[in-house]
Design a protein around this ligand. Sequence first.
Ligand code: ADP
Ligand code: MG
Length: 583
Amino acid sequence: MPIRTLPPEVASQIAAGEVVERPASVVKELIENALDAGARRITVTLEAAGRRLIEVGDDGCGIPAEELPLAVARHSTSKLATAEDLFRIATLGFRGEALASIGSVSRLTITSRPPGAESGARLRVDGGKVGAVERVGAPVGTVVRVEDLFYNVPARLKFLKKDVTEKRRIDALVARYALAYPRVRFLLSHGKTVTLQTAGDGDRRAIMAALYGVETARQTLEVLAEEGGMRLSGLVSPPSITRSNRREITFFVNGRWVQDIPLTAALLQAYHTLLMVGRYPLAVLFLEVEPQEVDVNVHPAKAEVRFRNPDRVFGFVQRAIRRALLAYAPVPQMPTLWGTRRSEAPGTGLGWRLAAETRAEEAAGTPSAPTTEAGRGTQELQPSLTRLPLLRLIGQVGATYLVAEGPDGLYLIDQHAAHERVLFEKLIALRAAREGDAPSQTLLSPVVVNLPPDQAALLEEHLPVLRSLGFQVEAFGPNTYQVRAVPPLFAGSDPADALRAVVEDFEEDETPLQEEVEARLAARVCKRLAVRAGQVLSPEEQRALLSDLEACESPRTCPHGRPTMIHLSVEMLERQFGRRGAR
Ligand code: ADP
Ligand code: MG
């Protein structure tokens, strides 16, 4: 084929693909436009998770009738005039392509009226074809209606997830903007159902409460720090409130929601040693830096940013959060023997550790001094989840628990949780011992697995992770894969099952780090392979489990963070039996 210039409709659909990927991306662009227009009230209405309709209304500055055609033209913006402006952007938009992109892949109607205008005006764009401006009666502000998104791009439609998933993304997105702009009133509804409504009174914690419940909101910790022209504010969860994925970690940079892996890494570093493997905090953080310190023009959807001095920014973020965590030191309480939740909840040990750590760091004179050099705040401290002493097996109770004695008292061990931990550490050790890909165990006969198209796409994307784990997977037809080998430790489990579990995991998190995927996958598979509660174990099996557990780095919790054991110390027993003066 000879080279030719693409017809404008084709070129604009290609460009639209970068900005408008799914209903949530349309909602994002329209909300950002409303915010740029100085709206105090933003109403988002959806039908069929945004496929049928996305409508965003605001009470902002409006668009003059004569400018409406420009608003939907590509590279037309009121927010930028010169190339230098690009380096001091104070608005959320600047590329002048959202409305043009949305209009090329939907039926778009804009109705707008600036405060001074006598009437409103309306413009329609249908699959890129721009109509004529009409005069209409309208309130001050702007309403953008997007109907039948992707009706002319069937390939895009196919990539959309189930309605519940698209809806969840939209809900999460609007929730984040509501948190970021607590002075703006947000109203979000799906059909007639209102899913989020905020007061616009500036109270961020109240919005947290609406999203996560009053109790969680009450316990979140305030972050507030300033240093060399940077400012970080927001809320983070204490180590006792966690999630199994990073979906609830949100960063705004200069008012713009970004998905930034290094910023998330800085946050996780601040929680270092405070969280179990595979557990993540909740966080909504707002970072402000001088506009010229950050390049927001690196991604068409503006979801990524580049800092001029990344190390300085990440060090600041990590220390600020670490300080907030350490400032929170719950009063240590001696757990009583039977039953108070404190002695069983995995969070408790953390509270203790946190308090101990605060003292250690205070003694070292570190974290409260703003001059602390980067990295100092995460110094390695002795984790309280220490190894076990040598234990003497007494036996099995209820085919579920092992009972053992150690120099420091009695141990009740949950056999399933304990075995999960043992398998998990063996798996991790296997990984650490090798360079490159993990050893695999070839299956006697390869197993064919069929996946839905969206999951197949995820699998393709993550083939290298699978390989590094020891899976050998090959394409075997459309959406069909052949598993030829699995990591040796998983040899006993159903390979198709294991593969599906991995892919589900990819779906959980949009931008997983490889180690995280591996750790989570490992935890999941170990759960499946571990001995069950109710399984009678021979004395040899009991002893083997116990000695494997003794060899573990973190024997006291399963990989999901639940306790593997209850320890009744000699001291506690004596106190409970009145052998020692009660406190
Ligand atoms: P950008 O936001 O990058 O400028 P858009 O395509 O999103 O590009 O919008 C184009 C222009 O239309 C904006 O620069 C702004 O002038 C105008 N506009 C869009 N939405 C609104 C709105 N809700 N209120 C007022 N003006 C708007
Ligand atoms: Mg815009």
